[in-house]
Write a protein that binds this ligand. Structure first.
Ligand code: SAH
Length: 399
């Protein structure tokens, strides 16, 4: 028997609006023939207090106790997985990403945004990189791989699982990264994004190997870069740096605290523009580096890692964003353009904007908002799950 989760009275409301999470506090009791069936990652049926079926989902110990897979009674079988993957692919086809000659990497599955909570799948050429963020998805990874193979056919040659760092540590799954199917001859592959070349290493790189979520925002940097002296902080692969050079920047400086990231940024610049490119990469703390940059730069990119991983540390995180932005805003050359981002899910668009507003006030500069940026369409937001909107960006003109 599938274990049955019974909610406390009235706790079904958000589910009736198709929000895909059930918090542990909403659960009254779990019914199973055998306690042993209530394992982490198990498929469970969810019922209202009065016994009406409401959803099917993956159970997990933690604040989010159930991640909903379906609001209808159905079998979560091979056909179901195939259906969800095919639907995700349809969206990317609609976006023009599946057969684009100049972009060979994109996100195929974006968790809740694709009604597959806890699952991320990124496509790099003919390799799919699967990253599970929940125990349920990790246990289902072979079903996911089978569905990917069926839906993609010969267009895929390998499926790599990179979940060891993203599945909950406490679940003690002993997850080891590796190929679920096929393999790759080269550890590092070259992908194209808007015609720019990037080296991607899903085995050793951060996340699934590349930050696909900045694709459209990088394109915007390219549009503004001509003739500018550009500082790209938290550069990782040098994504923004490559676009800035492609857009005709006079000079680009890339900064990251990781030596490996700095080397990768250098390699990517060389791959696109050769050794003569006007580019310098530095291994340094970006906040420190920004302490004294003078008025050398007239285009600055701030793309830090998530300062606030959860709400408890929000206060400190906002101080961090404020300091960073104030330093950039107070020194950027007159007529300069600042691209500033936050990828913390816990930071709302409003809170981010207020924080940058405070930074502008501290810097005492006249600032106009030119663009308000977010994640690209292959990172869709489930309308019933506004938490899915995690990437926020502002493009500011500083007089
Ligand atoms: N802008 C990148 C993604 C940034 S990810 C892109 O377009 O792909 C965040 C990066 O910040 C990581 O590479 C990490 O190594 C770096 N980082 C983290 N803390 C840092 C710090 N204090 N100073 C500089 N870089 C830092």
């Amino acid at each position: 028997m599938t274990p049955q989760v019974y909610l406390r009275r009235g706790k079904e409301e958000s589910l009736l609006r198709h929000h895909p999470w059930i918090f542990s506090g909403a659960i009254d009791y779990i019914k199973a023939e055998d306690e042993a069936e209530i394992t982490e990652g198990a498929l469970v049926e969810v019922y209202t207090h009065s016994g009406e079926f409401i959803a099917l989902g993956h159970y997990q110990i933690g604040s989010i106790a159930v991640r909903v897979l379906s609001f209808e009674r159905c079998a979560i079988d091979a056909a179901w997985w195939r259906g969800r993957i095919a639907s995700a692919l349809d969206v990317r086809r609609t976006l023009g990403l599946t057969d684009a000659p100049d972009t060979t990497c994109y996100r195929l599955v974006h968790g809740e945004g694709d009604s597959l909570p806890g699952l991320v799948v990124d496509i790099y050429g003919t390799t799919a990189v699967v990253q599970c963020h929940s125990v349920g998805m990790y246990r289902a990874r072979l079903d996911v791989a089978a569905a990917l193979r069926e839906v993609y056919g010969s267009r895929l040659t390998a499926i790599y699982d990179k979940s060891s760092q993203t599945v909950p540590y406490n679940a003690r799954l002993g997850a080891v990264d590796g190929y679920l199917w096929g393999s790759s001859d080269h550890e590092t592959q070259v992908v194209l994004e808007h015609g720019e070349k990037f080296l991607v290493n899903w085995e050793h790189g951060q996340k699934t190997g590349f930050f696909l979520d900045q694709r459209e925002n990088r394109q915007l940097v390219k549009r503004y870069a001509a003739g500018r002296t550009v500082l790209n902080t938290f550069c990782y692969t040098g994504g923004f740096s490559v676009y800035a050079l492609s857009g005709g920047a006079k000079e680009v400086v890339s900064v990251d605290s990781s030596e490996r990231a700095v080397a990768l940024a250098e390699e990517n610049v060389r791959l696109n523009f050769g050794a003569e490119a006007k580019h310098t990469a530095l291994a340094a703390d970006a906040v420190e580096y920004l302490r004294d940059i003078g008025d050398r730069y007239d285009l600055i990119i701030l793309d830090p890692p998530a300062f606030a991983k959860h709400h408890k540390v929000l206060g400190n995180a906002m101080q961090g964003y404020k300091r960073l932005n104030a330093r950039a805003l107070s020194q950027i050359k007159s007529g300069g353009i600042l691209f500033t981002f936050s990828c913390s899910q816990a930071v709302s668009k409003e809170l981010f904007r207020t924080t940058v507003f405070s930074a502008a006030a501290i810097a005492g500069r006249k600032v106009r908002i030119l663009h308000q940026l977010t994640q690209p369409a292959d990172h869709p937001i489930n309308i019933y799950h506004p938490e899915g909107e995690y990437l926020k960006g502002l493009v500011l003109y500083v007089e």
